[in-house]
Design a protein around this ligand. Structure first.
Ligand code: DGJ
Length: 734
């Protein structure tokens, strides 16, 4: 059992892989944080308990035991003397807004229980899951605010073989008056120090997940979304690490929220030079009315520790998500090499054109053709038809069934695109149900890409989408579905709910989306779902739970992709990263197909181009690249990923590698951008190899031991020209 409790001192010690997490109930009943970091063996950690004294101007607790303002706590309250960020905020019926939580009881549960409740009975929020007993255990600590009649259960799921603890909180109104929950964070994590750097992933459309790092300063640094979805701009992920930690060394902590809507990760360094990180649903605009007897659960927060720097955090999260988050038939299956029609045809296609793509692509070893946007309603551009999910047979020149069969006859499987959460004002759906779009009566409707967002809080909207989509999905042999989402939410309101419940709508939207996804993925388990939001605008663990891959970016320029994929790898498994080769000189940059393919191979791999227009040498190169990808696909998808040279630090060089879990093989990928004058030889230092094993180095004609390779490196000497790539395959021979 990875959860120890010392009754005498009321101390909890959680042992997660190589990490430990400790907390203690103070004599006054506050649940205090003691430690989070590398493994410690002693349960007797009472000497770490803060006294809560010392802060002038911060009032003492009602028990007169010093101030909450300086205490390291597991779940901070509000308006009761702790002036730092609150984990929970509650307004009572009389308008008073104060919470102070004290320990009540705890339970140690085998496995991971209970599931996080979602919108309706029987539905659960997306969360990590266990593949069998013994993988993790759960500590449930009940704390309460007696005057409010509020009980909060803090859950800690402790993984045995991974340095991971996941946390969530469930509030219950056990009193006699309604409570308004204005913030229910998933986790509050305290550190007795602030000499950390914070790393986050910022971006924009076609510029997703750039790595940004800065030292903590006194005050608050926040990353968040108010867009109704997690967004391109900031990912619900942060690292805190020692100031000198790098890719391979130093202590680092990863924090990731399993949620796809408005989120907030707030890091506050205090007057006492301590640090509090709170993460969860963004409290801004949020309020949830809990009637007596009702409850509300937060999404799950993933906490991860490593003393192998940032790379250690990434590898732990990649493994966790591959094994304990991604679900379904495609979890461990080799994913198909796709060809997607979007950049090849946009809205201008018919069945003959798509079949011609399939015919040409089949010659190169592509597995599946995706018909992207433009096949439904009267959709020939982006002004119309979202919501009308019936096939435009006139445009295609045949039924969907016939098209899928024709594509299959060419040797490819068939996939299709949907954007279910949207409605075009010019659509049959909108003409029949104008109220289904999110809007505020009496106010203009803000359109994005000429479309509104459907109010997914309405059960009839979800039902309609399920029905329409099911008809299409049953009508043909469909192996893949791309789920797009091309604008953020505005005019968030639902006339179905009273005034005091409007703060629930943004969260209810996400819960509605999850319910629909659960239903559809359950009804069509053989379909491979890929999430997309104008590229990677909703790349988050919540969506990964339903869809094993995400289109990483609409930007397929290879040089930009080096940064996008490098940043994405900070927390998302390579097997989840949609990466394609486009004909794409989208940035006016001319690069070889080989270069574009080598970069796209660090992902799910596929194409966004018209193969009928490619010169014969590119068709041969596609064939060669598909063959190579097939050979290395298992290693790329399941290997441990090491970032070797950062494109954020070296504008002209990037390198990364994949190492098989048993270290029997590895693939190093090196890329340059522009040739440099008077250029010099450079070295790449592989990581993660077995130091004692002897590795054959591709076709270089010699072998070296793992320790020599890792210490002395590989000399890169023949990178003449712009946009060059090298793949170096290492095979253990002894
Ligand atoms: C945005 C996506 O990211 C693209 O790949 C494509 O599917 C378009 N939408 C279609 O409208």
């Amino acid at each position: 059992m990875a959860i120890l409790y010392d009754a005498a001192s009321k101390t909890f010690l959680l042992q997660a892989g190589g990490a430990s997490y400790a907390m203690q109930v103070s004599p006054e009943g506050y649940l205090c944080h003691l430690y989070f970091g590398g493994h410690v063996g002693d349960t007797n950690l009472s000497h770490l308990l803060e006294t809560g004294g010392g802060a002038s101007f911060s009032p003492d607790t009602p028990e007169g035991s010093g101030s909450l303002d300086t205490l390291l706590q597991e779940y901070s309250g509000c308006n009761t003397g702790d002036f730092r960020a609150s984990a929970i905020a509650v307004r009572a019926e009389n308008g008073a807004r104060a919470v102070s939580l004290k320990y009540l009881a705890h339970k140690i549960l085998q496995g991971k229980k209970p599931p996080l409740p979602g919108l309706s009975a029987g539905q659960a929020l997306p969360a990590t899951y266990l593949n069998g007993l013994g993988e993790a255990d759960t500590l449930a600590v009940a704390v309460e605010d007696a005057p409010l009649g509020l009980r909060v259960t803090l859950y800690y799921c402790v993984f045995n073989d991974a340095p991971v603890v996941t946390r969530w909180a469930a509030a219950e109104n056990r009193g006699s008056q309604a409570l308004h929950i204005e913030s229910l964070q998933s986790a509050c994590v305290e550190f007795p120090r602030m000499d950390f750097d914070m790393i986050s992933l910022h971006g924009a459309w076609v510029r997703e997940r750039s790595v940004e790092r800065h030292a903590l300063f006194h005050g608050t640094q926040t990353i968040q979304s108010r867009r109704g979805s997690s967004g391109h701009q900031l990912n619900p992920f942060a690292i805190l690490c020692e100031n000198n930690a790098d890719e391979n060394r130093g202590e680092a902590y990863g924090f990731h929220l399993v949620y796809s809507g408005n989120f907030r990760i707030e890091v506050e360094s205090s007057q006492m030079h301590t640090t509090r990180l709170s993460m969860g649903v963004n409290p801004e605009g949020f309020s949830w009315r809990l009637e007596p007897g009702e409850g509300l659960a937060s999404p799950e927060a993933v906490l991860c520790w490593s003393d192998e720097g940032l790379g250690g955090i990434s590898r732990a999260l990649h493994r966790l998500y591959r094994h304990n988050l991604i679900r379904g038939e495609w979890k461990h299956r080799a994913r198909p090499i796709l060809i997607n029609s979007w950049e090849a045809a946009y809205f201008k296609f018919d069945a003959d054109k798509l079949v011609a793509f399939a015919r040409e692509a089949a010659k190169t070893g592509v597995d599946l053709l995706v018909m992207d946007d433009g096949w439904f309603g009267r959709r020939d551009d982006d002004t119309t038809s979202l919501g009308d999910w019936f096939v435009n047979e006139e445009k295609l020149g045949c039924s969907l069934h016939e098209l899928a069969e024709r594509v299959k006859a060419e040797g490819l499987q068939f996939g299709i695109w949907f954007e279910p959460e949207m409605i075009s004002p010019d659509s049959e759906m909108h003409r029949a149900h104008p109220d289904w779009a999110l809007h505020i009566p009496g106010r203009g409707r803000s359109l994005g890409r000429q479309q509104s967002v459907l109010n997914l809080t309405l059960p009839e909207v979800r039902e309609n989408l399920f029905e329409q989509m099911s008809i299409v999905l049953k009508s043909a042999d469909i192996a893949y579905l791309k789920w797009d989402f091309n604008r953020n939410l505005s005019e968030i309101f639902s006339g179905r709910f009273p005034a005091e419940r409007q703060g629930e709508i943004a969260h209810r939207y996400v819960l509605g989306l999850y319910e629909l996804l659960e239903r559809l993925t359950g009804a069509f388990p053989h379909i491979l779902f890929e999430s997309c939001s104008g590229g990677g605008g909703r790349y988050d663990p919540g969506m990964l739970y339903y869809m094993p891959q995400t289109w990483a970016s609409d930007n397929t320029d290879p040089v930009d992709r080096l940064r996008i994929q490098y940043g994405t790898s900070m927390c998302y498994p390579i097997s989840s990263m949609g990466a394609h080769v486009s004909a794409g000189h989208s940035r006016g940059r001319v690069t070889s197909l080989r270069y574009r393919a080598d970069i796209a191979m660090c992902g799910t791999f596929g194409y966004e181009l018209d193969p009928t227009k490619l010169p014969p040498e590119d068709i041969s190169m596609m064939k060669e690249c598909n063959r190579k990808f097939r050979e290395r696909q298992g290693l790329i998808a399941n290997g441990d990923f090491y970032r070797l040279i950062s494109p954020f630090e070296n504008p002209n060089k990037t390198a990364w590698m994949f190492v098989a879990p048993d270290k029997s093989e590895a693939l190093v990928q090196c890329f340059t951008v522009l040739a440099e004058g008077n250029s010099w030889d450079w070295r790449v230092y592989p990581r993660g190899l077995n130091p004692d094993a002897l590795y054959e180095i591709d076709d270089w004609g010699f072998e070296l031991h793992g320790d020599t390779l890792m210490r002395a490196g590989l000399r890169m000497q023949w990178f003449a020209g712009d946009f060059m790539s090298r793949n170096i395959y290492l095979k253990k021979i002894k």
